[in-house]
Design a protein around this ligand. Structure first.
Ligand code: NAP
Length: 478
């Protein structure tokens, strides 16, 4: 079964269907066409919703032990075929083969966690006798599935971010319709293959490939959709939030994450961790380190070592085991990153290394002397560019780190527990890593941001909380 459907068909209400109109999927490295996928129409979305209306009833009635078995079987399938999954990620996306293998391993873990959490969807008894006159009442609440979830996903983690929505949705008895990024639809279709092979009843899951701009409204505005679970950029997230109407929203959006290096930090540890955090996945990572604030006594040493380590980063063919960094997702994106850097240079920034583009490739780039109000310091670059700022103390670092409309995660390097706690209290983010960069995550932790970085939390258990709703039961005794 594996690879017979890959890329040629989409998974609609349990059936693999072809369409005359197709979308070409490219390898950004050389712009070669690697596959095609059907171009879904609004009618296809309506058909997926109609199937999901039945699928939601089937999913809600599926015993928990069956959900666990199916999710674990899908995880087994991915493990068994991990080479095909990794190859697919490294072909349609911009990750290297090493990074792609890491994503496949995380996807298996996300699904196994989902299977485990399925048995922990519990409720509580409620002491109704806390109110005078309610002594003869007894009751509880339990969590029931929300119904149909619309999942809209980005290009940068084309498998695991889809699994972060599909695993918890099935674990909690929901139907789910996935609209993957047009640039990277193949990994999501492989995930559908895994669930199809695992025996998931048809109609519980659809993976519909098509342009978000064309079919997105039909999906997010439909009254049968009870939750929109979106991962992507702030601009798209805001558009969806305005249109979706009265339904639950989960918004996992972007950031321009800060790292703070205090004068007592272990410089080598900070440099290594921030270089990896800035340039992993070509910087196309919502957690990527974009702004680094370094206390004055460490500034020169940090800059010197950071540039040295950056220069060791090997850019090249994604499929080469020795490559650290491949191309951006498209030449268009590489040109955008180049323009942002050139604008910063015109505004007085200093280029310490990088700044070179070759097609979709952009070299790891380090800037300093960037005005804090420059676009590149305030917006999300989503590319391999990092800015180094000198600060006089932690107060200044925190003030500048918070001076943006994002707040996903942050890192601080210090041995001083009191300063670490000051940062924990004052940084406006959803997660703080002490002695690590913002780019630290496990799939079982609450994950999400504040301000323009989003609404709600993912991380399997927390996604399940978002995808279920409490129902109160009360018995009036005689
Ligand atoms: P994007 O342009 O916002 O697209 C994300 C998804 O939204 C795609 O599937 C896209 O479809 C769809 N879409 C576009 N317009 C739509 C509309 N009007 N209605 C409904 N759906 C629509 O983001 P991206 O460039 O793929 O991904 C990069 C962004 O994702 C970055 O900002 C990054 O920080 C963020 N991100 C956040 C997290 C997190 O967990 N917080 C994780 C990863 C990435 P098409 O592809 O067809 O346009």
């Amino acid at each position: 079964m594996m690879t017979t459907v890959k890329g040629k068909k989409m998974f609609l209400g349990g059936k693999w269907i072809e369409k005359d109109e197709v979308i070409h999927v490219y390898d950004p490295q050389d712009n070669s066409v690697i596959s095609t996928v059907p171009k879904a129409s609004k009618a296809d979305i309506l058909a997926a919703i109609e199937a999901a209306e039945e699928g939601a009833k089937i999913a809600a009635n599926m015993p928990v032990h069956e959900r666990i078995t199916i999710i674990n079987k899908a995880a087994d399938y991915i493990e068994k075929n991990s080479d095909i999954f990794s190859e697919t990620i490294a072909s349609e996306g911009s990750k290297t083969i090493k990074e792609a293998r890491g994503e496949v391993a995380r996807c298996v873990n996300t699904l196994r966690l989902s299977a485990e959490e399925a048995r922990r969807i519990i409720g509580e008894t409620i002491p109704f006798d806390q109110m005078p006159g309610h002594e003869n009442r007894i009751g509880y609440y339990y969590n029931f599935p929300i119904g149909i979830v619309a999942a809209i996903t980005p290009f940068n983690d084309p498998l695991n971010l889809v699994a972060h929505k599909v695993g918890p949705a099935i674990a909690s008895g929901n139907a789910i319709i996935v609209k993957p990024a047009t640039l990277t639809p193949l990994s999501a279709l492989l995930l559908a293959e895994a669930f199809d092979d695992a025996g998931l009843p048809g109609k519980v899951l659809s993976v519909v490939t098509g342009s978000g701009g064309e079919i997105g409204d039909t999906l997010v505005t439909h009254p049968s959709i009870r939750m929109v679970s979106f991962t992507g950029g702030l601009e798209t997230g805001e558009k969806i939030a305005k249109k979706a109407g009265l339904k639950k929203l989960s918004m996992e959006l972007g950031s321009n994450s800060p790292a703070i290096i205090l004068q007592d930090a272990d410089i080598n540890e900070a440099v290594n961790s921030c270089v990896a955090g800035a340039f992993g996945a070509v910087g196309q990572n919502c957690l990527g380190v974009q702004r680094i604030f370094i206390e004055t006594p460490n500034f020169d040493e940090f800059v010197h070592k950071f540039v040295n380590e950056t220069n060791k980063y090997k850019t090249g063919n994604k499929k080469d085991e020795a490559t650290d960094m491949g191309p951006l997702i498209s030449e268009k994106e590489a040109i955008r990153v180049e323009e942002w850097v050139n604008d910063a240079l015109k505004d007085g920034a200093t280029l310490l290394t990088g700044g070179k583009r070759d097609g979709a490739f952009y070299s790891p780039t380090v800037l300093t002397n960037v005005p804090t109000d420059a676009k590149i310091a305030k917006e999300e670059i989503f590319g391999p560019v990092v800015i180094l700022f000198e600060v006089k103390d932690l107060d200044e670092a925190i003030e500048k780190a918070n001076h943006v409309n994002y707040g996903l995660q942050a890192g601080i390097f210090t041995k001083d527990i009191n300063l670490a706690f000051q940062a924990i209290k004052q940084l406006e983010v959803g997660g703080i890593m002490i002695n690590d960069s913002s780019d630290y995550r496990i799939d079982g932790m609450p994950f999400g941001g504040v301000k323009g970085s989003g609404l709600g939390r993912e991380g399997v258990k927390y996604t399940i909380q978002e995808m279920t709703e409490p129902k109160v039961v009360n018995f009036k005794l005689g």
